[in-house]
Design a protein around this ligand. Structure first.
Ligand SMILES: Nc1nc2c(ncn2[C@@H]2O[C@H](COP(=O)(O)OP(=O)(O)OP(=O)(O)O)[C@@H](O)[C@H]2O)c(=O)[nH]1
Ligand SMILES: [Mg+2]
Ligand SMILES: [Zn+2]
Length: 331
């Protein structure tokens, strides 16, 4: 389709009516979502006649999300920009609705990786919380990367690594950084440049500080309690996409809603697949519907007993599964 007045861009932010879009020429514009795009569930009106201008069929059941690539139309008369089409997504970070794909809420589209940031100390890290973030990434078939920041507070990279290398053994890349001492920033910069990352982690671990230290001109606010204000509210899943300065480009999505794993409605029976180190053992359980707790002949539990699967990770799995099955955790 060639249209002299249409351009393509990436959605940076927005909620209902007006969306901020960064065009491929790097100009940032506000664009409205046309009524007929917003409502288009099919190419036909209620009376069966064809709509003149509907969203492409692949996008017809999708709601617009940050990270979406969209085709923009500019009205020559009043100069207003409208989103005419959502281009096909290559991936998405989505909350699943219970029982299937219907009604899922896309937190960010076209995400290449999830980057989970914790502090080695201050605030004290919670490995079980890290496990939850990793499960969300796995459930969305997204690569995950871990950052342990503020390593100077525990005596440096080697001390931090001794505490977290378990995750390296599972296969997750782990970055050990200190903004204060400018440690480990170059490799993390290179891992973010040119791709779309969903950045998450507890408040105060240094996410904004890291981005500012790696990308000149980003100037994110540091040291503010940015998201706790809205804690617990479903609206906080809304994300914001920051274009990364530099020749390589790339985007980082601030995704506060990722913190509330209970809202993700993962299926308890598929949770074991979201722990990569359990996968080799899942076919070995005596029962196909093994819950990997008290069942006889459980290959997962045997692997834990042999020390081939980390005990704490296994406990994370059990706690999360109990939670997903509706038993509130005791921690
Ligand atoms: N000691 C130490 N402090 C750091 C380091 N990096 C960041 N900080 C400090 O940690 C505090 C929180 O940093 P932020 O960058 O605002 O943390 P954040 O993760 O963006 O927090 P939210 O936006 O609330 O989610 C600030 O006071 C930073 O100066 C580090 O490597 N070492
Ligand atoms: Mg921040
Ligand atoms: Zn089992």
């Amino acid at each position: 389709m060639t249209d002299a007045h249409s351009e393509v861009g990436v959605v940076l932010s927005g909620t209902g009516g007006i969306w901020r879009v960064r065009r491929d020429d790097h100009e940032i514009v506000d664009a409205s979502l046309r009524g007929r795009v917003k409502k288009a569930n099919s190419g036909r009106r209620a009376d069966g006649s064809l709509r003149r201008d509907t969203i492409s069929s692949a996008a017809s059941t999708l709601k617009l999300a940050v990270g979406d690539r969209v085709r923009l139309d500019r009205d020559e008369a009043d100069g207003a920009t409208a989103i005419a089409e959502i281009l096909p997504r290559r991936s998405r970070l989505a909350r699943r609705a219970p029982g299937g794909g219907h009604g899922e809420r896309v937190v960010a589209a076209n995400v290449d990786q999830v980057v989970v940031v914790f502090a080695a100390a201050n605030p004290e890290p919670h490995p079980r919380m890290l496990d939850r973030f990793l499960v969300i990434a796995e459930a969305n078939d997204l690569r995950a990367r871990i950052v342990i920041n503020k390593v100077e507070l525990v005596g440096g990279v080697d001390v931090a690594r001794s505490q977290w290398e378990l995750y390296e053994r599972i296969g997750y890349p782990v970055h050990y950084t200190s903004v204060k001492q400018r440690l480990g920033l170059a490799p993390l910069h290179d891992a973010l440049a040119g791709v779309v990352s969903a950045l998450t982690g507890p408040s105060g671990v240094g996410k904004s500080s890291l981005l500012n230290a790696m990308f000149d001109g980003l100037d994110l606010r540091v040291g503010e309690i940015s998201e706790s204000v809205n804690k617990g509210r479903h609206t906080t899943v809304g994300a914001y996409l920051h274009p990364l300065p530099g020749a390589d480009g790339g985007y980082v999505a601030d995704t506060p809603g990722l913190r509330e794993v209970g809202m993700w409605a993962l299926s308890p029976t598929e949770l074991d697949q979201c722990f990569p180190e359990l996968r080799p053992f899942l076919d070995g359980c005596r029962f196909g519907d093994c819950r990997h707790s008290v069942e006889p002949g459980c290959a997962v539990r045997e692997a834990v007993e042999r020390g081939e699967v980390n005990q704490a990770r296994y406990e994370s799995f059990i706690k999360l599964r109990d939670e997903l099955e509706g038993n509130p955790p005791s921690w």
